[in-house]
Structures are given as C-alpha cells and as structure tokens.
Design a protein around this ligand. Structure first.
Ligand code: ZN
Length: 353
C-alpha cells in the first residue's frame, strides 16, 4: 500500500503534464471546417428536394468534412443517417458474439449465415453513407444512391440464401417455386438494383408514376420470392414456435416499412411540419432496421436448429454454388451502378458545358 500511493501520484502528475500539452496538440491538428446552416427547399437544386419537405436542407458544394460533421447538425437527413448508423454496431456486436460463442468458421453449413450477416451490414453502411454525404454535389448524390441500391440488391440475395438454407421446409423446397428460388432471387436482386438505378437516371422531378414502377416492381417481386419459404412456414407451422413469431415480426415490420417507402406520409398531410423529425423515409428506415434485427434473431435460431443436419438435407455442391453466386451478384450490381454513374457523369458534363 505504502509504495502504491507514490506510484499513483507519479502517474497522476504524468497525466497532468500530458493534459498541459493538450492545447498544443489541438493546435497541431488540422482545423475542421464548420458546416453551413441549413436552407429552404428553394435554395437547393431540384434534385435534392423531397416532396413536402420544405426546410432543413444542407447547402450543396461544401467540403466533404462538413457533411461528415453534419452528423451532429440539425438537418432533414439526420435521422435517416442515425437510424441505420446505430443499427450497424448492434448487428455487428450480435453477429460477433454469436460467431464467437458458436465457434463459426468458413465451413459450408455456416457460409449462408455469414453471407447474410455481411449483406445486412453492407446495406446498412451504404445507406448511411448515401444519406450522410449525398448533398455534396449532383454527382455525389447519384453515385451514393447507386451504392445504396447495390446494398439493396446484395441484402436481398443474402436474405434469400439464409431463408432457403435455414428457414425453408422440405415440402416447399420441392415445389416449383423452391426449385427456381435461388437463381430467381439472384436475378431479381440484380433487377432491383438495376431498376432503382435506371429510375434515378431516367426521371427528373416532378417524378412520374413510372419511376415508382421501375423501383417497386422488381423490389416487390424480389421480396415476395425471398420471403416465400418463411410465408410457407407461417402458414403450415405452429404459432407457439418463438422462431416463427420472430419471422412473423420481420414480415410485419417489412410491410410497414414498404407502406412508408411508397407513400410520403405524414409529410403530405402536414407539409413543412415533419422536415426534421417524422417524415416517411425516416419511419421507413426505423421499420427496416427493426425488420433486420428480428430477421437476424430468427435466422440465428433457425441456424442452430439446422446446423448439424445441413449437409444431409442439402448437397454441399449446391450450397457452395449458391454461395459462390453471392460475389458474382455483388460484381454485377457494382458494374451496373458503375455504368449508370458514368452515364450520369456524361449528362452532367453536357449540362455544364
Ligand atoms: Zn434511405
């Protein structure tokens, strides 16, 4: 004890000396630019305006660091950013704890689950980046939302893999839908990404109804297919099963999210009142994050139930082929988004000439 006290004092005095040097340290750091105050809808180009959102826009053309610092500024994208940004560590910690506790490795039975986890983290991170940084310029707006759509396609196929290998019944897998499920899901995931990118490039505000058709038809069809093994279980299974309750919740949360994605409610009823908090896209993000969290819990339980019988139920070659399609899909989505990006770049160059 007698030697501990002097040691404690010497540590404290060392820390005080270091604190004394802090102002010098802060001076040495590059000074960060302060984000400009938000502006009204009429002060940003029409591309950045959202229907019935009248204020809270970040000015276009600031330094990239201003948009990063806008994480702590009051603006109309703030909750769109934080809803998905906060879900990333929740998913990451839950997945990390599960992988550690179960000792998961890159073996065939765990691969669909690991790819599903990766796909969820991908869509959440890409969406966060898009909403945080899109106001930088027109090109940044297009490029980052194309990235967001790549995340959507990748997540759809990640869900399809996990639903098929851990969440489907044998009777459903033997049906026509079950036979065509994985190639169909991969195709529709790519079409969702391509359809959303195309609609973004093709149409200008005020958007015609056809734009929603290009966005919603492939994503809607993809969802109907991707959820079909779970829907089948919900119809034939016992509702006393807690895993099925979690799957029912993921469906309920997704359908609620889809309603708010399709209709600009409540801002249509109260224009200008939901600019910072409460507009439809924020509600859509919250329900989508809840859907992912319920889906993750349900799939972890399904995985534990199926893990040891996986290679008796599914041929290893079939499983590996389905998982190998994942990087191919990522590549196809990335190439499509890249092609759309160069088309936008050309259009913007012509516009400014
Ligand atoms: Zn979003």
């Amino acid at each position: 004890m007698s030697s501990t006290v002097p040691r404690w004092f010497s540590t404290l005095s060392l820390s005080m000396k270091q604190l004394g040097r802090l102002p010098w340290l802060l001076d040495a750091l590059p000074s960060l630019p302060a984000p400009r105050g938000t502006v009204g809808a009429s002060e940003v180009p029409s591309l950045f305006r959202e229907p019935y959102i009248l204020s809270g826009y970040r000015p276009v053309g600031q330094d990239w660091r201003c948009y990063i610092l806008s994480l702590f500024q009051r603006h109309n994208e703030l909750l769109n950013v934080w809803t998905h940004l906060l879900t990333v560590p929740v998913v990451l910690l839950r997945c990390g704890a599960f992988v550690g506790a179960q000792g998961l490795t890159l073996e065939a039975p765990s691969l669909p689950l690991l790819l599903y986890m990766l796909s969820a983290l991908t869509y959440l991170s890409f969406s966060t980046a898009a909403h945080l940084l899109q106001s930088h310029s027109e090109l940044a707006h297009y490029s980052l939302f194309f990235l967001d759509y790549v995340g959507v396609g990748v997540y759809q196929y990640g869900c399809a893999l996990a639903h098929y290998f851990y969440g489907s019944e044998a009777a459903w897998r033997e049906s026509t839908v079950g036979t065509l499920y994985l190639p169909g899901a991969a195709l529709l995931a790519w079409l969702s990404c391509a359809g959303c990118c195309f609609a973004k490039v093709r149409y200008r505000r005020p958007y015609p109804l056809l734009r929603k058709v290009y966005q919603l038809v492939p994503t809607g069809l993809a969802y109907v297919l991707v959820i079909s093994p779970i829907a089948h279980r919900l119809v034939v299974g016992s509702w006393h099963d807690s895993t099925l309750t979690r799957h029912a919740l993921q469906v309920l949360f997704f359908l609620t999210a889809a309603i708010f994605f399709s209709c600009p409610l409540p801002e249509r009823l109260f224009p200008g009142c939901c600019d910072i908090v409460g507009h439809a896209h924020q509600i859509f993000h919250i329900f989508l994050a809840l859907c992912t969290l319920c889906q993750l819990e349900a799939l972890l339980e399904d995985f534990l139930a199926q893990r040891h019988s996986m290679l008796q139920v599914h041929r290893e070659g079939h499983l590996l082929l389905a998982c190998a399609s994942f990087p191919i899909l990522v590549f196809c989505c990335a190439v499509t988004a890249g092609a759309m990006c160069s088309s936008v770049q050309k259009q913007l160059r012509l516009k400014h000439e």
